[in-house]
Design a protein around this ligand. Structure first.
Ligand code: KG4
Ligand code: ZN
Length: 362
């Protein structure tokens, strides 16, 4: 079913067209440079940028793919969780398009879309244990099918990506900082005693990363020589050499290890509770992290289950994952009315679609 996907939940504006599980084309405009000046996403600026660039991206996508607007059968849009003002831009655009063309409107849970994204690259095998690690969320799910997700665990405070970004901010690294910490971490062995792995000595499947973030901030306060003198860019980081670089790399590796090992412990615990699953799906921006990818690879091998990791381009926010999830939902018979609501971060995304009762039919 020819499906348009629209993503505007945070600081990426993206559109994509998918048909029969195949990506026809995509356009993405990142606002990272705009927000980098502030060291984090400024919601008001994000909404205005989405409003400015979304129509142009859509026109470019149609031109690039040769698809006519009337050929679009379903309009899928990220309806939450995310920044409310940003979501409203994508949701309003989607409603206008659905109204004018008669295409089916499908509101997509952004978190589910991350976890289904790898389905564009290969077949997903269910039931699966899903780990979503992004800038705003750290969730584990039991995924029974494309359309059936059961939340098992979630962060009680900061998300894993938030911890990466806040640690990077303390060090004056470029925003968003996860990638830079990952790069430096690959140059050193972690000191496993340097930072805590919070909230692991209990049976809970929930996560907590704010204590780790504070521990790193305290460490950095005690070692001010680690902090970049001005907001670093990639070239400035290259010029950090010698013992200072080694110290910085060891700190990044130790922090990265604490996050990766916490995720490993909790996912292993979730796998035990979930019963038999066919695969482990790891998704979201932080799934690009090399240590986390290698820990999850080892864990899946140990458990004898398939590991599904999307390619790096599908890890961070994109329109293709929204189009793909939307097509799966639409083909299963689900749709939303024009009163579809945008759901801000912190609120549970409701299952308020119309379609076959709870069972997903393909
Ligand atoms: O999924 P995403 O694009 O946006 C949200 O929906 O939040 O994730 C962005 C997050 C940021 O926190 C960024 O620092 C983190 O993903 N990230 C990484 C890496 N690449 C991106 N974190 C650790 N290691 C990386 N290589
Ligand atoms: Zn995301």
């Amino acid at each position: 079913m020819l499906t348009l996907g629209i993503e505007s939940s945070c600081d990426e504006t993206a559109v994509a067209l998918v048909d029969g599980g195949r990506l026809l084309g995509e356009r993405i405009a990142s606002q990272v440079d705009v927000h980098a000046l502030f060291g984090g996403v400024v919601p008001e600026i994000a909404s205005r940028e989405h409003l400015r660039v979304l129509p142009g991206l859509f026109e470019d996508l149609l031109r690039e793919t040769g698809v006519s607007v009337d050929d679009i059968e379903a309009v899928a849009v990220a309806r939450g969780p995310g920044l409310l003002g940003s979501l409203l831009v994508g949701v309003s655009f989607a409603k206008g398009l659905a109204l004018s063309t008669g295409a089916r409107l499908v509101g997509v849970n952004h978190l589910w879309a991350h976890l289904l994204a790898a389905g564009l690259e290969r077949e997903l095998h269910f039931p699966a244990l899903g780990l979503l690690v992004s800038g705003g969320h750290t969730h584990t799910y039991l995924i029974r099918s494309d359309c059936e997700f059961e939340l098992l665990g979630r962060t009680l405070d900061d998300a894993a990506g938030e911890a990466f970004d806040k640690v990077a901010k303390v060090l004056n690294f470029p925003y968003p900082g996860g990638r830079w910490i990952d790069n430096l971490a690959s140059e050193a062995e972690p000191d496993k005693k340097m930072f805590p792995r919070a909230f692991i000595d209990n049976p809970s499947l929930d996560f907590s990363f704010s204590g780790l973030k504070t521990a790193v901030a305290n460490h950095v306060a005690a070692h001010p020589e680690l902090v970049m003198s001005e907001m670093a860019d990639a070239s400035l980081l290259e010029h950090v050499v010698g013992p200072r670089r080694e110290q910085l790399a060891e700190m990044c590796a130790s922090f990265n290890w604490s996050v990766a090992d916490t995720l490993r412990i909790k996912v292993e615990r979730a796998l035990k509770q979930a019963g038999k699953v066919e695969s482990l799906i790891v998704a979201g921006g932080v799934a690009a992290n090399s240590m986390i990818r290698s820990f999850m690879t080892e864990l899946a091998a140990k458990q004898g289950i398939e590991l599904t990791l999307p390619g790096l381009g599908l890890c961070t926010d994109n329109g293709a994952m929204i189009a793909h999830a939307g097509e799966r939902f639409a083909e299963a018979g689900y749709a939303h009315d024009l009163d579809l609501e945008a759901i801000p971060r912190g609120r549970v995304v409701p299952l308020d679609w119309h379609g076959p009762d709870s069972v997903c039919r393909r």
